[in-house]
Every structure is written in C-alpha cells, then in structure tokens.
Ligand binder design. Structure first.
Ligand code: ADP
Ligand code: MG
Length: 314
C-alpha cells in the first residue's frame, strides 16, 4: 500500500447503526455515534460485554453490515467513496469458524488468493502458514485440524491479500488457555512484521496482555480509548488476600497507609493500585507487624468492576 497520508489505520466518525425491527422485535440502536481512531502499527483492543456493538463495528468495516450514519476510513480509503481499496486494506477473521472441510490449508489459501485476484507469482501461502504455525499441516485435510488450528487457518485466510490491517472478532472465545497463548504469540509475530491488528474481546485479561491500546465500548458507545498502561493505572481494583499464622488484632494500626481489612479470623485483604503500590512493601509491613504469611491469593478486577469505575454507575 502506498497511501500513507494518515497515521491512522482506521478512522471512524459519528458511526451509527440501527438494526431494523420486525413485527416481533423492536428496532435496535446498536451504535450511537462512535468516533474512533486506530493508530497504524498497533495491536488495538475493542473491549466490551456481549451486545455492546463490537461485531457491528467490525462487520461495517468488513462491508458485511450497512451503517445507518457516519463515516469509516480504512487505511485512508472511505468505505463509501473507495470501497475496493478499503476492502483490499483489511482482512477480517469473523467470530464463527467457517471452512471447507475437503481442502488442505494450502489449497484453502490458494482458493482465497484466487478470490482476491492475487497473481500466482505473488502468492505466499507457505509463508503465511508459517506465520500461524501451520506449515506442518499444509497438506492435511482441514477437517483433521483441531479447533485451534482451524482458527489459525482462518487468520491465514484473512492474510492472503497481504492487507496492512488484520481484524479478529473474538479470536479466542471458546479457545482453551494453551491455544489462546499460542494465538497471542502468532498475533504478536504478525504485528512485528508491521501488520496493524484489531481484535474484539470481552476478556479484560486478553486486552491487557496483548493490546497497546484499548477502547471500551458499552451499549453502543465508546466509554474510554487510551493506552493500555494508562487505562490500567486508572483501574485500582486489585485485591490481595494474605492468610496469616494467627489473627491480626488491629489491622489499621498494624498496617498503616494500606487499605487493609480483616476477613475471617486469620485473613487480611488489601486493596491497592498496582501502578502505585508494590506487593513487596505489603509483605514487609505484615512481617514488621510480627506476622508470618501462610498463603497469598489475588483477585483481578473484572470487566464489570472496570465499567463501574469508568462510568461511575451501572
Ligand atoms: P457484540 O459483538 O459486542 O456482542 P453486536 O454488535 O453483535 O455486539 O450487537 C450489538 C447489539 O445489536 C445487540 O443488542 C444485538 O442484539 C444487536 N444486533 C446485532 N446484530 C443484529 C441483527 N442482525 N439484527 C438485529 N439486532 C442485531
Ligand atoms: Mg460480537
């Protein structure tokens, strides 16, 4: 792609979508006027609970859903004025796996490349399979692939026309922890080659782990859009629980300067902000109060807590 006049991979302005209702169902305003810039070269997370509007945004970018109002630019190409170039700039991995069971991964990619009009000499199917760690399976039947492999093949399919932007809708929903980590590694490797990666997720942990920047969407509106570091520093919802050798009498006096409370006879819970307080200092304070720590457990703030903190309401 030679079009580089903007620093943004995606520019969305005033984007609205209302799904028409029917006799039985009322119409649904899924997007209420969204503004969103996604920087080139980033791994960008669109985070929000089910029904927030994430897939609607993705599907509008992919040309699968018609918007009601607003504008979308993909790699500087407006999807209305320049749909061909806009489409060429993006590869979309949909939420559901759909694949042809009778073709091998290499055949699948060749067919997809044909559909995108990629000349034979410019096809790099094997390189793409390597990027998603499927080179060993290049000639196996797709139906013999595990779920995680099939999902990676979907990623490969979205890459055949070498788009500078790859979009994944809930890439790890229903994928077990091991495969999730592997897919994250594949996405990081792709990002290292310069591909801008956009993914939707309803897992805070996934967005935290993978994304440089996170936009949170709820009820069709963007609540926040900032660097992952900045976002995390605003969320002070972490809790750590210490089980002690014996009950601590006056927690507030024994652990000054810490937001500590007693639960049960021998447990103390400290709420803290990871960007400001270190667990090491808490351990020292407990030891200084002449207690031995028997066990430690932590409780990550989840998406619900984040919404509560960012919106100040439910
Ligand atoms: P998410 O991907 O964040 O879970 P969606 O974009 O799929 O959210 O959905 C946003 C809202 O729009 C939801 O309330 C959903 O029920 C509604 N919606 C999505 N697709 C359709 C459709 N084709 N027809 C009617 N309503 C829809
Ligand atoms: Mg969705």
């Amino acid at each position: 792609m030679t079009n580089t006049s903007s620093q943004n991979a995606i520019e969305i302005r005033g984007l609205k979508k209302t799904y028409a209702g029917s006799k039985k169902t009322p119409s649904k305003e899924a997007l209420k006027g969204i503004d969103l810039d996604i920087p080139r070269g980033s791994i960008f997370g669109l985070l929000g609970p089910n029904g927030a509007g994430k897939s609607t945004i993705i599907n509008i970018m992919a040309g699968l859903v018609n918007k009601t109002a607003g504008s979308v630019k993909i790699w500087d190409y407006d999807i209305d004025d320049d749909p061909r170039n806009a489409k060429a700039a993006i590869g979309v991995v949909p939420q559901e796996i759909n694949m042809d069971a009778f073709f091998s991964p290499i055949q699948t990619l060749d067919i997809q490349a044909g559909m995108y009009g990629v000349p034979k000499a410019e096809r790099r199917s094997m390189d793409i399979l390597k990027l998603v760690s499927l080179e060993d399976k290049a000639h196996s039947y797709a139906r013999s692939l595990s779920g995680g492999m099939q999902r990676r093949l979907m990623v490969a399919k979205a890459m055949v026309h070498s788009p500078p932007i790859l979009v994944l809708d809930e890439p790890t929903a229903g994928v077990d922890v091991e495969l999730r980590k592997q897919l994250w590694d594949n996405l990081r490797a792709l990002n290292d080659t310069g591909v801008t990666i956009i993914l939707t997720t309803h897992y805070l942990e996934e967005a935290e782990e993978l994304c440089d920047r996170i936009a949170i969407i709820n009820h069709g509106e963007i609540i926040t859009n900032e660097d992952t570091e900045t976002l995390l520093s605003r969320i002070d919802g972490k809790e750590i629980r210490f089980r002690l050798d014996r009950p601590m009498e006056d927690v507030a006096a024994a652990l000054p300067g810490l937001c500590a409370t007693k639960t049960g006879q021998r447990s103390v819970i400290i709420r803290y902000n990871p960007s400001e307080q270190e667990v090491g200092a808490m351990i020292e304070a407990i030891q200084k109060a002449d207690h031995t720590i028997v066990d430690i457990s932590t409780d990550e703030s989840d998406l619900e807590d984040v919404f509560l903190q960012l919106t100040g309401s439910d």
